[in-house]
Design a protein around this ligand. Structure first.
Ligand code: TRP
Length: 74
């Protein structure tokens, strides 16, 4: 991914987590950001962040398209 690109995450419910995973030989959580409904996070992949995990219902916009993650089903 082009490191200049941003991805946009809009929470569609309270308590959405955006979790950053480390780049390198081990893949670990290094940061977790909690978003409430309507809140937006704009982020890039960096030397430290190779992947992101989105937990909860959110709209995710990337250069590859827009998708929606779902809430955990009960
Ligand atoms: N300090 C982190 C980094 O430079 C900040 C960060 C960038 C981040 N992208 C992220 C944190 C995505 C969580 C999710 O890598």
């Amino acid at each position: 991914m082009n490191p200049n690109e941003f991805i946009v995450i809009k929470a569609l419910e309270d308590g959405v987590h955006v979790i950053g995973l480390t780049r390198g030989t081990d893949t670990k959580f290094h940061h977790s950001e909690k978003l409430d409904s309507g809140e937006v996070m704009i982020a890039q992949f960096t030397d430290h962040t190779s992947a992101m995990k989105i937990r909860g219902k959110a709209e995710i916009q990337t250069a590859h398209g827009t998708m929606t993650s779902d809430a955990k089903s009960k």
